[in-house]
Design a protein around this ligand. Structure first.
Ligand SMILES: Nc1nc2c(ncn2[C@@H]2O[C@H](COP(=O)(O)OP(=O)(O)O)[C@@H](O)[C@H]2O)c(=O)[nH]1
Ligand SMILES: [Mg+2]
Length: 253
């Protein structure tokens, strides 16, 4: 059961697959999964709104019934901003939350980002410009020149580099992408035509790189900041899901 609260967005169908791009559809849907992000919702909406002034956009939050009351804050903000809330009954994973959000919109451009401001909202308009210029997929990359992570321990960096190495090894189509494990990316909806996404975990981009129909990809530098407030939900289970994802994607050439 998924509960939808739709505010300032003219979508009435509950079945995403039946939606057509209509006069009221926004050019860009920004999909943000949330679990216990109460403190981050207001600043991310304000930041995105100031960056997206000239772009017809909306934000789709997919919240897994966060116990901290994140949904109530989103509902309140939806009175004044182009914000939509999809509520799911329990914690079901970041990847599946993003898939739910992506399936709920027919916007031609989709941006996926985290709620915690580790992903710089200022990059979103640059990523949309790249899509407009003809790129199919734009990745905010910690691993191209100008990109980096702030505040990670050497151990965390080694784990991240090793995971990236495994992604390159197992997923040939990701070979030329410096940061195939980024959680911040934008794409043309069309590239997912006929593609079935299954990831539950944190690495949905890798599945998109393996399966989607894209030609032009670019990476823009991301300075991955420290979490503003709240806690990371990355845990051992996510590492296991990553290994399973690698195995399942190895067959895509
Ligand atoms: N809906 C939903 N969102 C989640 C879930 N797990 C994590 N998130 C959100 O996904 C984003 C990334 O999670 P985070 O814990 O910051 O991961 P990290 O940056 O790798 O430490 C944040 O916006 C989280 O609130 C989940 O199970 N369901
Ligand atoms: Mg985070």
């Amino acid at each position: 059961m998924v509960c939808r609260c739709v505010c300032r967005v003219h979508i009435t169908s509950d079945n995403p697959s039946t939606k057509m791009i209509g006069a009221n559809e926004s050019l860009v849907s920004i999909v943000i999964p949330t679990y216990n992000e109460k403190e981050n919702v207001v600043p991310i909406i304000h930041n995105l709104h100031s960056v997206m002034q000239k772009i017809n956009y909306r934000i789709i939050f997919v919240d897994d019934s966060s116990p901290d009351g994140t949904a109530a804050v989103i509902r309140m903000m939806a009175n004044s901003y182009p914000v939509e809330l999809i509520m799911r009954p329990r914690k079901m994973g970041l990847g599946s939350a993003v898939i739910t959000g992506v399936n709920s919109t027919s916007s031609p451009f989709i941006v996926v980002m985290d709620a915690d401001l580790q992903h710089d909202p200022n990059l979103v308009s640059i990523m949309v410009e790249k899509l407009t210029a003809g790129f199919d997929l734009v990745i905010a990359s910690r691993k191209v020149q100008g990109g980096r992570v702030v505040g990670w321990s050497p151990e965390r960096k080694i784990i991240s580099d090793f995971a990236t190495y495994l992604a390159h090894l197992f997923v040939p189509r990701a070979k030329n992408i410096k940061d195939p494990l980024s959680g911040f990316f934008a794409f043309k909806r069309d590239i997912l035509r006929g593609v079935s996404l299954e990831s539950r975990g944190f690495k949905l981009l890798l599945e998109i790189l393996a399966k989607a129909h894209y030609k032009r990809v670019c990476e823009v530098p991301l300075v991955f900041r420290e979490r503003r407030t709240g806690k990371s939900k990355l845990n051992l289970n996510e590492y296991l899901l990553f290994i399973l994802l690698l195995i399942s994607l190895a067959k895509y050439k």
